[in-house]
Design a protein around this ligand. Structure first.
Ligand code: 6PG
Length: 253
């Protein structure tokens, strides 16, 4: 099977990117819960999604989502406690979770405070319990938000990371040399079983890795984010003009 669709929406700036992405998230959730009891959403860390979370938690958006039907997960987490400023959970809590009526039991954070390997095992168990999956199957997230680093990483799948080779486990703990720290991340097979992947990237520092966007799928992946190709799912990129500024330019130009 191959990715059903890859859409790219280029916006003027991060402000309009956040607004359009938030509208898209609402549409995805509302459309999904028409047919299904609940919707499984994996959030991204980093700064780019913060504007999206702030909008979803704002007066104009919060009442458009049936929060009791939404289950929040994370695509990755830093190995820190949930009250640490580095925590992806804390960032989403402040901008979104604390501002919407989502039942606490619907928020499934990655236990970054635990020993990394234990945290990975525990989170995989959390996912298996939720998706009621037996061994050998993969979970199917309905919506996954992902950022893209200036080195082409996504979630905590960094260039050269062993987690990129993981074919069995759902959650991997890896020591990221360049960050001198451990990270926890969902693995490529999990991301590639997602129904809808949304990439969010803004700023000129992302332009170089996005340059090869148009040949995604037809040429070998150079960056980890290009390995995200949901087998029977859809992908949408929300990029601001600065991040998209080199797309289509020939190599070397
Ligand atoms: C994290 C993210 C990471 C992030 C990229 C882009 O834990 O930091 O999951 O993958 O999305 O590094 O970060 P920015 O959006 O801040 O550029």
């Amino acid at each position: 099977m191959s990715t059903r669709s890859v859409e790219v929406e280029i916006t003027e700036d991060i402000e309009s990117l956040s607004g359009k992405a938030a509208e898209f998230v609402v549409r995805c959730i509302v459309d999904h819960v028409r047919l299904e009891e609940r919707v499984a959403v994996a959030l991204s860390g980093g700064t780019t999604p913060q504007g999206v979370y702030e909008r979803l938690g704002s007066e104009n958006f919060r009442n458009r989502i049936p929060w009791s039907r939404v289950h929040l997960f994370w695509g990755d987490e830093r190995c820190v406690p949930p009250d640490n400023p580095e925590s992806n959970y804390l960032a989403a809590y402040k901008t979104l979770i604390s501002r919407v009526p989502i039942p606490p039991e619907n928020v499934h954070r990655i236990p970054g405070e635990k020993d990394p390997e234990k945290a990975a095992e525990d989170y995989e168990r959390t996912l298996r319990d939720f998706f009621r999956s037996s061994s050998g199957e993969w979970p199917t997230f309905d919506l996954v938000l992902l950022g893209i680093g200036s080195d082409g990483h996504t979630a905590s799948l960094f260039p050269g990371s062993l987690a990129l080779q993981e074919k069995k486990r759902w959650v991997a703990a890896s020591c990221i040399e360049k960050l001198k720290s451990y990270r926890l991340t969902l693995t490529l097979p999990v991301f590639n079983h997602t129904r809808q992947v949304v990439f969010l990237a803004a700023g000129k520092e992302k332009a170089a890795v996005l340059k090869g966007m148009q040949t995604m799928g037809s040429k070998p992946a150079r960056f980890p984010f290009q390995l995200i190709r949901p087998e029977d799912g859809r992908m949408k990129f929300f990029l601001d003009k600065a991040a998209a500024s080199l797309i289509g330019q020939k190599n070397g130009s």
